[in-house]
Design a protein around this ligand. Structure first.
Ligand SMILES: Cc1ncc(COP(=O)(O)O)c(C=O)c1O
Length: 420
């Protein structure tokens, strides 16, 4: 086969291209029957035809590649997996050509997170978990995994001494999981430093990073030594608020095999249509993220100077206690910020009820701006004392800054703050 038509050659070729080129082209040629369609088609089919009985048996045995049934694999889903492979793990693969990089797509971010935890821990194991994580991630540990013999030790991940103490106190822990940046407090974790601490004490422990807030455009944990990266593609990766989905990318064959078992046997696979939507969203990730970041910076600077605003949490501000770490570890500072009003929750409630343009809704990473109250919404399931310990106060308002004109966002905030 000519090189230009060989899918392996094409994928290798795109690994050498820049991020935006990979976001558009990578994955589009992975595992697809040849069709002249320009865009990857939506293979909306539950099952696939075998050429004959021997062919079917050979695919089942893994002797020849091929599709069987969409829960076990689908060409549209595979295109998405190939694209994230090239974005999240592309540089790792170039630097370590003999290592595996594998991505599996899931029906939601929580499906990807639960599969990641199940892939790395079993009954009787302990896991280390950041103490500021999305409410459902906390709930998964405290209300589901505990019923299957997995116990959780919480760690404040921005405090490296606390991380080191937790690793040493739990030498048999199977994994450490954290969000970077953390939701919703925008605290940061020094990923290479955590990896170093883990490798020095317990080289077998898996480091798992929820990269949902940053996206691979701003931060690539695998390049920093992490073992597994998870995403809620519902957010920036999908980008348009149209789909719920998740992804997990790893550089270990054993982890990939365990993740695949979870998808296949629990059935947490995404639909072909949802995968197609996420794949389309990914193509514009770089330009969307640039605009999210510049708008968030403009909004953060405005809020920082406003007399009715007590504190703004945005890693791009010099006042953020980990601003230097953000500059070192991220390509830019993201589209998420949170803030406290001088008037506390009452003032925040008034703001959320009166503001224009910003939609009052949970979720984040949509092209349009969203506003919400973590203590009563996304983190409602987290016990109050735990919320307070992690900085999720009743007065905290979280904003997902969209890609509107920044002057309009600032005017909307200014007008709403006048009514507070
Ligand atoms: C950081 C983070 N991780 C994971 C999730 C869960 O993703 P999903 O809602 O797609 O299951 C969320 C949802 O808000 C999130 O904010």
């Amino acid at each position: 086969m000519e090189d230009s038509k060989n899918p392996d050659f094409i994928e290798q070729f795109f690994l050498n291209c820049g991020f935006a080129t990979r976001a558009l082209h990578a994955g589009e040629h992975v595992g697809q029957p040849h069709t002249p369609a320009h865009n990857t088609p939506i293979y909306q089919s539950s099952t696939f035809i075998f050429q004959n009985a021997d062919h079917g048996a050979a695919i089942f045995k893994g002797e020849v590649p091929g599709y069987v049934y969409t829960r076990m694999g689908n060409p549209t889903v595979m295109a998405l997996e190939g694209k994230i492979n090239a974005l999240e793990g592309g540089q790792w693969k170039l630097d370590h050509p003999n290592d595996l990089i594998a991505t599996l797509a899931f029906s939601s971010g929580m499906a990807a997170i639960s599969a990641a935890l199940m892939a790395c821990a079993k009954a009787g194991d302990t896991i280390l978990m950041g103490d500021v994580v999305y409410g459902a991630t906390e709930h998964l540990c405290s209300h589901v995994l505990c019923n299957y013999g997995v116990s959780t030790v919480e760690v404040h991940m921005s405090d490296l001494e606390a991380v080191e103490a937790a690793i040493k106190a739990n030498p048999k822990a199977k994994l450490i999981f954290f969000e970077m940046p953390m939701n919703p407090t925008l605290e940061l974790v020094d990923i290479p430093a955590v990896v170093k601490l883990v490798r020095a004490t317990n080289p077998e422990m898996r480091v798992i990073v929820d990269n949902t807030f940053a996206t691979p455009y701003l931060q690539r944990p695998l390049e920093m030594g992490a073992d597994l990266v998870v995403h809620s593609t519902t957010k920036y990766i999908g980008g348009h608020g149209a789909v719920v989905g998740g992804l997990a990318t790893t550089r270990h064959e054993s982890v990939k095999n365990e993740l695949y078992k979870v998808i296949k046997d629990i059935g947490s696979n995404p639909s072909p249509f949802d995968s197609w939507l996420v794949n389309m969203g990914l193509k514009t990730l770089p330009i969307r993220m640039d605009k999210h970041c510049s708008n968030a910076m403009a909004v953060a600077r405005f809020l920082e100077k406003h007399p009715k605003v007590e504190t703004v949490y945005y890693p791009g501000l010099e006042s953020h206690p980990q601003h230097a770490l953000a500059k070192k570890q991220m390509a830019d500072f993201g589209g998420m910020l949170s803030f406290e009003l001088t008037g506390g929750f009452g003032a925040g409630k008034k703001l959320m009820d009166t503001i224009e343009i910003f939609t009052l809704a949970v979720s984040l990473g949509c092209v349009d701006s969203l506003i919400q109250h973590p203590a009563s919404m996304t983190h409602a399931s987290v016990p109050k004392e735990k919320k307070l310990k992690g900085g999720i106060t009743d007065g905290l308002v979280r904003v997902s800054v969209g890609i509107e004109d920044p002057e309009d966002l600032i005017n909307a905030l200014d007008n709403a703050l006048k009514k507070v």
